[in-house]
Design a protein around this ligand. Structure first.
Ligand SMILES: Cc1cc2nc3c(=O)[nH]c(=O)nc-3n(C[C@H](O)[C@H](O)[C@H](O)COP(=O)(O)O)c2cc1C
Length: 499
């Protein structure tokens, strides 16, 4: 009798194990064959478990784990917003907001008693950069893709960004690694970045090569050039690409040995003053006929003031066509933590400072301001536009749209989503077409949501924001208008010409 019972129990368990095995084998093959999730494709079954646990996370966190607005650099609420927008979903919530309107620094937009009716709404129009150049650039979108090189990013990631940029009308900055074929996968507008090592436009001694620059400028989709002075995550350090990411193709594009760490110079050797910078801007604009600007981190007022002074002394025609202000909170493919944590002003402080200085110098209409530094949701972008930015760019926002899960491994070549790795096995998980659609959805929807805030403030479109449209909470129950916090100065050129 006992023998029969054991027999049936073991037979049943055997069947169960067999069924489970078949089920897991089915899930395994399904994970491998699907193209929507890079994590599941690269890590069949285990990746599925991650998504299952993430789904249950809301219940666990509610009782004993972190709050959804606690994680750094980007909390779950922010990331979820980007994921939803990338999937083309609406940003609806039920019950109420978890955003704390009483916390110091909270951003509150000033709603109008008479918001725009649906039929009065207008999408933001395109804006020209480099109006006085031979070939001005008419930028279609307000939010665009920040510089991230092929090398820091995988080729599939760059291809997906290129396709998504073309579809949405956002521009794609090449980053400092030069222009690869992957940046030209689609016909998106490109801004060619010239880093301190001048990859793509350097001569054999590492100086700017006018011939190579001319060749790049002939590519119609290259709309403008950005000289990179510094980036928020590592002011004072040049680009760093760990040797493990330098494969044969990247080595060929950059003209460097395979497998060796790439350390770009800490600055452009020929730029050590505002006049040197203006000389290089003039040189590149003369050679290319296209708009030229630069990207920088701000330390204090002195540097933008001395730059404004140099422009006024040399004449307004010497001004750059745009300046990209990168906040100290900016991201990087690889950066020393000590610089990332402690050097360079945050965008919150740097953007109003620079905008005010160029207003006072009477140069603000001549120079477009582009802002970056954790501007990944529409409210943060709207804040930057209220302060004075004309455009914003984001790197990590678009990485999230590609499926980044903030595993913080960009410098290790082990990115599990195939975005910041040159490992072909991990890259396999990233489906270019699927992710390009997410890139395009995110770009389109963040730009649309900007207009939603603008219409609520009674404005026709997002270009009309100014400092009266936003209030910043100082302490619980006390917010003040950004206009009071950072009043716009009157034009006073003589102050600069005296210094
Ligand atoms: C993986 C990665 C690679 C980057 N590569 C570059 C680069 O080549 N050139 C550059 O100027 N900035 C680079 N950045 C910085 C971004 O362009 C951007 O300035 C910064 O991350 C701030 O924007 P965000 O907070 O929206 O990401 C990189 C950032 C990341 C995350």
């Amino acid at each position: 009798m006992l023998n029969t019972i054991f027999f049936w129990i073991f037979t049943l368990l055997g069947w169960l194990a067999g069924l489970l095995f078949l089920l897991f084998a089915y899930f395994f093959i399904q994970d491998l064959r699907q193209t929507k999730s890079a994590i599941r494709r690269n890590f069949p079954l285990i990746g599925r478990l991650r998504y299952f646990l993430e789904g249950q996370g809301a219940y666990f966190r509610q009782y004993f784990l972190s709050h959804e607005r606690e994680e750094m650099p980007f909390n779950r609420a922010t990331r979820s917003w980007v994921y939803r927008k990338s999937k083309g979903l609406q940003g609806m919530i039920g019950f109420g907001s978890t955003y704390d309107l009483n916390e110091a620094g909270a951003v509150i937009f000033v709603n109008s008693p008479y918001p725009k009716l649906e039929e009065e709404r207008q999408p933001a129009h395109s804006l020209v950069i480099g109006e006085y150049c031979n070939t001005p650039f008419y930028a279609q979108q307000i939010v665009n893709i920040s510089g991230m090189s092929y090398g820091a990013l995988s080729k599939r990631a760059v291809q997906a960004l290129s396709l998504g940029a073309e579809k949405s009308g956002a521009w794609l900055n090449t980053g400092e690694g030069g222009m690869s074929d992957y940046h030209r996968e689609a016909n998106a507008d490109l801004i060619f970045q010239i880093g301190t090592a001048k990859f793509g436009v350097r001569d054999e001694k590492g100086r700017l090569s006018p011939q190579k620059l001319k060749e790049v400028a002939k590519v119609e989709q290259v709309r403008a050039f950005e000289i990179k002075l510094s980036q928020g995550a590592k002011p004072g350090k040049g680009g760093m690409l760990p040797g493990i990411k330098v494969n044969a193709e990247i080595a060929r594009i950059r003209g460097i040995p395979i497998g060796q760490d790439v350390m770009s110079p800490n600055r452009h050797p020929e730029i050590a003053s505002p006049d040197d910078l203006l000389d290089m801007i003039a040189q590149i604009r003369d050679i290319t006929g296209k708009p030229v600007g630069f990207k920088t981190v701000i330390g204090n007022e002195r540097y933008p003031e001395s730059f404004a002074e140099a422009i006024l002394r040399r004449g307004v025609d010497s001004a750059p066509d745009f300046i990209t202000i990168d906040g100290g909170e900016g991201g990087s493919g690889a950066a020393p933590q000590i610089l990332a944590d402690h050097v360079g002003l945050s965008l919150t402080e740097a953007l109003p400072m620079v905008d005010n200085i160029f207003h006072e110098a009477g140069l603000r209409d001549r120079i477009r301001l582009i802002a970056s530094g954790k501007l990944v949701t529409a409210d943060q972008v709207a804040w930057a536009l209220c302060v004075g930015a004309d455009f914003t760019v984001t790197g990590r926002g678009f990485l999230f749209s590609l499926g980044c899960i903030q595993s913080m491994q960009c410098h290790l070549d082990t990115c599990p989503t195939g975005i910041t790795t040159q490992n072909p096995r991990l890259q396999k998980g990233l489906d270019i077409i699927n992710k390009s659609e997410r890139v395009a959805n995110y770009a389109t929807q963040i730009n649309q949501d900007l207009d939603v805030i603008a219409h609520s403030c009674g404005l026709s479109c997002a270009h009309d924001f100014n400092r009266n449209h936003v209030r910043i909470v100082q302490k619980p129950g006390k917010s003040i208008s950004l206009n009071e916090l950072y009043p716009l100065p009157k034009t006073n050129k003589s102050r600069f010409l005296k210094t």
